[in-house]
Design a protein around this ligand. Sequence first.
Ligand code: UDP
Length: 366
Amino acid sequence: MKKYLIIGSGFSGSVLAQQLCENNIVHVVEERSHIGGNCYTEKDAETGITLHQYGPHIFNTDNVEVWNYIQQFCEMVPFINRVKSIYQNQVYSLPINLHTINQFFKKDFSPKEAKSFIESLSDTSIDVPQNFEEQALKFVGKDLYKAFFYGYTKKQWGCEPSELPASILKRLPVRFNYNDNYYAMPLQGIPRNGYTEIFEKMLNHPNITVTLNKKLTAEEIDFSEYDHVFYSGPIDAYFDYKYGRLGYRTVFFEKFTDEGDFQGNAVINYADQETPHTRIHEHKHFTPWEEHDKTVYFKEFSKETDEKDIPYYPKRLQGDMEMLEKYFEEKDKLSNITFIGRLATYRYMDMHHVIAEALETAKQFQ
Ligand code: UDP
C-alpha cells in the first residue's frame, strides 16, 4: 500500500483520490473550507435554489468514458445552455447562429445565403489567425466581432483581444442554422443534486482523509511521509513566485434575491463595453425540473487576480508563456510530485478535460 498526498480537492484532486484509494492511503489537503474547488455548489438557505458558488458549470463533453465515469457519482439531467447576448438594447442568440446573423443584419437569409454573406465579410488578408481578433475577423467579420466579442472580451480579459490567443475564440462555434446550443459537445447535463454531492461521493472512502482549511506551501510538504505528491494549485505559487506571477483573470459576483423570474434564462451576456458586468446568471434556470417562487441571480464581473483572489482563467499572454517555461523547467527537475489540472499546468481546461487527465494520470499510480 502506497501513501499519497493530494493538494487540492477540485476535479483533479478528487478524481485522483477516488481512483487511487482502493489500494493506497490518500490524504487530500484543501485550503478552502469546502471540497470541490470552483465546481462547488450549495443550496441557498433562503430560497432552496442550488447555487454554483463560483459561477455556472454546465457539464459538456464528447468523451464517453468521462461521461460514464461522472455518472457513478450523480444523476446527470440533460441540459442545454441557450445563452443570450444583449447588445445596444437588443437581445440576440448565442453562439452566433442564423438567428443572430439575420437579426443583426435585418435579413432573412437561408443557411447558404448567410454562409456566403459572412464569407464576404471575412478579412481575406488573414491566412492563419495569430490571435483572438484575427480569428474573429476571419470567421465572422468586423461588425459581428465588434458587437459580440470585442467589448465582452475586453471586459472579461482586461486586454485587447489582439493580445489573446486565437484558441480562446475557437471554443465558440459559428452556425448557419438555428441551433442555439451554446456547446458543440454531444453530451451535456447538470447534476440533479448539484456538484458538491459528486465530490462527497468521490472522497467518501475509508482510505481517504480530507483536511480542509489548510494551505500547504512547498516547504511545508513532508515528502518523506509520502510515496508521491499531486499538486493542483497554481504553479507559480508552488515556486513562491520566484520568476513572477502568471497572469490570471478572476471573476467576482454581486448576488440578488427576488420574486419570480428575473431574466427568463440561465445566462445572459452583456456585450456592450459600457455595461460593467460581463453576464448575469439566474441559477434556478439550471434546474428547470424544480419549482421555486423566489429567484437568485448574480451579476458577474471580471478583474485581474491579486494575492487574495482565486485565480480562474489563465491569460497565457506572451510574457506569461515565457515565465511558464521557467516554472516548467523547475517542475521537470522534481520526480516526487505531479502537477495536475488547470492551475498547476496553467491551461484553459474544462471540467471534462480535467477529469480525463486525472483518470489518465491515476493509471500510473494505482
Ligand atoms: N466571448 C465573447 N462574447 C460572448 C461570449 C464569449 O466575446 O458573449 C469570448 C470571451 O473572450 C470568452 C471566450 O469567448 O472568454 C470563450 O467563451 P466561453 O463562453 O467559452 O468562456 P467561459 O465559459 O470559459 O467563460
